[in-house]
Write a protein that binds this ligand. Structure first.
Ligand code: FAD
Length: 452
């Protein structure tokens, strides 16, 4: 189980760092690293997992606030995501529909006003979304098997903005589709690859409705914290060390030496690097990583949005409002409401448009929310600034135009004794908790085979 501090007793340190005892050092304690630790334990392999933060979970983070378990990072899961769903089932983790559908007011901001959507309108919006995503049928004919198919139309190099500019539909439906693109990309649309939305659609059985459900319909009642702790609890042969940032990884013929910022080193025959793509370059590797890995990390993926929980005065009801990219807020959904106040979850794909001086700038948020919820009065804001968090440097992974073909195969490729895992290099539900878990299964299998 996880230890609260990176400090160990001398005896523990000798046991944990002895070459003969440890099979693999895992760098990073998000879902990828923790799943790999459990899978390696199941195969009789000993691991030391080193995590820089004082908690597991990485870009998932359940924080109790105002009596609610709030998800500052990854939230939604779905049965169409096979790896995470098998874990939910395995540990009997309780799920719930979110947003709550009863009494839900659904709307889109279009042509300067909020347009309420009837069930018929929503059906037409989903049809429009299906049309928009249709290239996914030819680009990803076998989404669970292939990484990249042939791409005669050059779709891999197209941005979501270019794809939207060529898409025709009546204004409210088009704006709804654009709002969905903002939600999937969670970064500027001209920097986000169109392939990423096509892939979600393909993985959801080429169904716009199922894609929507996979993206935002089901969450864990007690939070993602419960799931990652369940997985970590079965990593019985892993020594999980929190507060243990890694600064350098050195490979030699004899093994891998992982140096922590504390000065401590851990050695083993192999290491699993389970870091976000955007922070790979913040660790020094000797010899250096492949040029593709280094360039991908320097260029970063496009996910750089802001998600936060916003407390507003009074009961604004159960709402779900989508807005196109020109708006500072692209999605607002009620988390909890009552006469004493409402907690909203707010998503902005382009936080620069929020014109907030700080992450918790109440006045800036109030201004940004007015077009969607006129008259709303903001009281407080909580959340996590992932893009400025040096251990994440971004939100979920959305490849830039062209990155899919250029970086994906290499990001997963073993380099000597170094193996790689993470949601950012999953070939299926990339950027999702599911992709992180999938990569944990794969890398543990590969390491076990290598060591056998
Ligand atoms: C705001 C937001 C909303 C999201 N919503 C959803 C959602 O609804 N559904 C969904 O499926 N996914 C969602 N995601 C994405 C999902 O959370 C991630 O894709 C997934 O959790 C990534 O897991 P990982 O293990 O690959 O990486 P991470 O979780 O990033 O884990 C990497 C770990 O490495 C650690 N680390 C970094 N540098 C060092 C170092 N030098 N030394 C030691 N450790 C280090 C980090 O602290 C971190 O714990 C969301 C993400 C964000 C940010």
């Amino acid at each position: 189980m996880a230890r609260e501090s990176g400090r160990t007793t001398a005896r523990e340190q000798i046991v944990a760092t002895s070459d003969s005892e440890v099979d693999v050092v895992i760098v990073g304690g998000g879902f990828a690293g923790v799943t790999a630790a459990r899978e390696l334990s199941a195969r009789g392999r000993r691991a030391v997992l080193v995590e820089a933060r004082d908690r597991l979970g990485g870009r998932t983070y359940t924080k109790d606030h105002d009596g609610h378990p709030m998800e500052f990072g990854g939230t939604w899961v779905h049965p169409l995501q096979p790896h995470v769903w098998s874990e939910v089932d395995r540990y009997a983790v309780e799920t719930e529909t979110f947003p709550v559908l009863e009494g839900l007011r659904q709307a889109v901001f279009s042509e300067g006003r909020v347009v309420d959507l009837s069930d018929d309108d929503l059906e037409r919006a989903l049809e429009a979304f299906g049309e928009f995503c249709a290239p996914g049928m030819t680009l990803f004919p076998e989404p669970f098997l292939e990484t990249v198919s042939s791409d005669p139309d050059g779709l891999g190099g197209r941005s979501l903005r270019e794809q939207l500019d060529a898409f025709k539909a009546e204004p409210a439906l088009r704006d709804w589709v654009e709002g969905m693109c903002c939600l999937v990309a969670f970064g500027p649309l001209d920097r986000s690859g169109a392939t990423e939305i096509f892939r979600c659609y393909a993985l959801a059985g080429y169904s716009a409705e199922q894609a929507m459900a996979a993206l935002s319909a089901t969450k864990l009642v007690k939070g993602t914290r419960e799931l990652i702790n369940s997985i970590a609890g079965q990593a019985t042969l892993a020594d999980i060390r929190l507060n243990s940032p890694v600064r350098r990884v050195v490979q030699s013929d004899g093994g891998v030496q992982v140096e922590l910022e504390s000065g401590e080193t851990v050695t083993a025959p192999t290491a699993l690097i389970a870091l976000p793509m955007n922070v790979l370059n913040s660790v020094e590797f000797e010899p250096g990583l492949s040029e593709i890995k280094r360039t991908a990390s320097a260029d970063r993926h496009a996910g750089a949005g802001m998600k936060c929980f916003v407390r507003v005065k009074g009961d604004v009801g159960n709402v779900s409002i989508v807005a196109p990219e020109a708006q500072a807020v692209n999605f607002v959904v009620t988390y909890a409401h009552g006469p004493e106040g409402t907690w909203l979850i707010v998503f902005s794909a382009n936080p620069d448009k929020l014109q907030m001086s700080r992450f918790d700038d109440v006045q800036g948020m109030q201004t940004a929310l007015q077009p969607l919820l006129p008259g709303v009065e903001v009281e407080s804001i909580v959340g996590w600034d992932w893009s400025n968090d040096p251990l994440a440097l971004g939100t979920w992974c959305i490849y830039r135009p062209g990155q899919l073909a250029k970086v994906l195969p290499d990001l997963r490729t073993t380099e000597g004794r170094l193996f790689f895992a993470g949601a950012d290099s999953s070939s299926t539900w990339r950027g999702f908790i599911d992709g992180a878990i999938e990569s944990g299964y794969r890398s543990a299998r590969d390491i076990d085979n290598y060591l056998t």
